[in-house]
Design a protein around this ligand. Sequence first.
Ligand code: AHR
Length: 327
Amino acid sequence: MFKKITKAAGALALLATLAACGGSDSGSDGGSGGGNGDSAITMGFSQVGAESGWRTANTKSIQEAAEAAGINLQFSDAQQKQENQIKAIRSFIQQKVDVIAFSPVVETGWDAVLLEAKRAGIPVILTDRAVDSEDTSLYETFLGSDFVEEGRKAGQWLVDNTEGPVNVVELQGTTGAAPAIDRKEGFEEIIAQRPDIEIVASQSGDFTRAGGKQVMEAFLNSTDDIDVVYAHNDDMGLGAIEAIKAAGLQPGTDIKIITVDAVKDGMTALANGEINFIVECNPLLGEQLMDLAKKVVAGEEVPERVVTEETTFTPEQAKAVLDERQY
Ligand code: AHR
């Protein structure tokens, strides 16, 4: 299934804009490699922030891939704030960049600014996280994980590896963010087949280690008989480990822990038996993003959705791959 670029007139307008951008001062040659010569592409990229190990690896992947592809990257860190992302996108439009890519901190509230980009003839690529908009003509493609499926994998491990009754506490990601919404949905869909599994408390830890620790401390103070922590990312799970240890309990044994991401710190805790199961979410999206950007700017057709390939890890599997883990 392919998404058409735009209507013919729109495509012509886009080509005219791109021709104008090629010689502008925002379109510097962007450094080494890539073979783009004088017509190097300028990409405006608005990143969510630096909230987690996953995000750090994702940023590095995008910066390195842009350099290797000869793409001039205008990078902006939104510090987990939607208003900062909207400002960054407006600034990219003013600079007349060739393509805008961004990872939306939350799902909703993007239509107005994306319409401005569309009217300016600047194509938009979503990466990592989706937007919840009825107008899919506002962006060219979405590259990233299937977060609902990640939640399902976490739920399936719990169903297959526990006997009831099981009390689960859930550390949700950033409120309103696609991975928080979807990982919850996928997990709940699967555990519904086991009425003896119950989510007894659920709160956002904002995808950060500090947030996970703080919320877990509150759960331990207010909730009896916690059997399992389901954390929407490794960092919150690692924060929960600190809180569990401080409460005199053994993470992974007294309380089982399931997380999502598989960054090096998470995999180390898994290999040590402090986490019991990790669902992978791959942050290394840079190369695919740059390939898509080149195609979109050249007016080529691109798939509407590019889903990242991912796996899951048990402690034994973590031990086997830990040494060669890149991030
Ligand atoms: O959008 C991907 C999620 O965002 C990662 O799972 C999490 O670690 C990050 O903050």
